[in-house]
Design a protein around this ligand. Structure first.
Ligand code: PRP
Ligand code: URA
Ligand code: MG
Length: 212
């Protein structure tokens, strides 16, 4: 898996506020959307386009449009849902599929409780959205679903990642031929004994949806 850490002062500023325990849910949601849009700028650098000519009021102009088949955006519920709007604002013609996954907080194993993806993803570029890459179990399983359906390229956008999780996802996906990239705003220090990212931002789903 290729790794892209987006090094930008505006991203760093927003991530710092997102981490702050004093940041309330409405602000957390807004910052999450803004961060996704900024990360998506890097994450879509290799999005496929096709040549097109348009007529300006003055003359014909050659340019590009997003190519077919359309890209697929896959938020991992629950926390990934907070990233959807920020992504589709930039790419309104993308199709959206859903994965509902939850980590058992005792065993840290990920399980899937909902799946609504197109049957055939042959030739499709896919963008997986999840704010947190901790042990990596969730993200590795999500990528496998897409690869099994034929996705040709996968880009994962995570706000924060743990070094242990990046290692684990890379190892778990080592056998795949499908190109896979992780775009993140920061790689934090480590995981704690409960599988939380340190310093991280706590439980992203709870903070997005006002549980804490
Ligand atoms: O890398 P991992 O160790 O697998 O952990 C990361 C996962 O944990 C969080 O979701 P959670 O299971 O809390 O579900 P939620 O989005 O419903 O809160 C997060 O959004 C990731 O999906
Ligand atoms: O730090 C973490 C780890 C898993 N899930 C979260 O929401 N935060
Ligand atoms: Mg959670």
């Amino acid at each position: 898996m290729d790794l892209c850490i987006v090094d930008h002062p505006l991203v760093a500023h927003k991530i710092t506020t997102l981490r702050d325990v004093e940041t309330d849910s409405p602000t957390f949601r807004r910052l999450t959307e803004e961060l996704v849009t900024l990360l998506a700028y890097e994450a879509t650098r290799e999005i496929r386009v096709a040549p097109v000519t348009v007529q300006t009021p003055v003359a014909p102009a050659t340019g590009v449009r997003l190519a077919r088949p359309r890209p697929l955006v896959v938020p991992i519920l629950r926390a990934g849902l907070g990233m959807l709007e920020g992504m589709t604002r930039l790419m309104p013609t993308a199709e959206v599929g859903f994965l509902g996954m939850v980590r058992n907080e005792e065993t840290l194993a990920a399980s899937t409780y909902a799946e609504r993806l197109p049957e055939d993803l042959s030739g499709r570029q896919c963008f997986v959205l999840d704010p947190m890459l901790a042990t990596g179990g969730t993200l590795a399983a999500a990528v496998r679903y897409l690869v099994l359906r034929g996705a040709s390229q996968i880009t994962c956008i995570c706000l924060l990642a743990a070094p242990e999780g990046i290692e684990r996802v890379s190892a778990l996906l080592d056998d795949l031929d499908t190109p896979c990239t992780l775009v993140t705003a920061a790689v934090d220090e480590r995981l704690n004994e409960r599988g939380y990212i340190v310093p991280g931002l706590g439980d992203a789903g709870d903070r997005l949806y006002g549980v804490v």
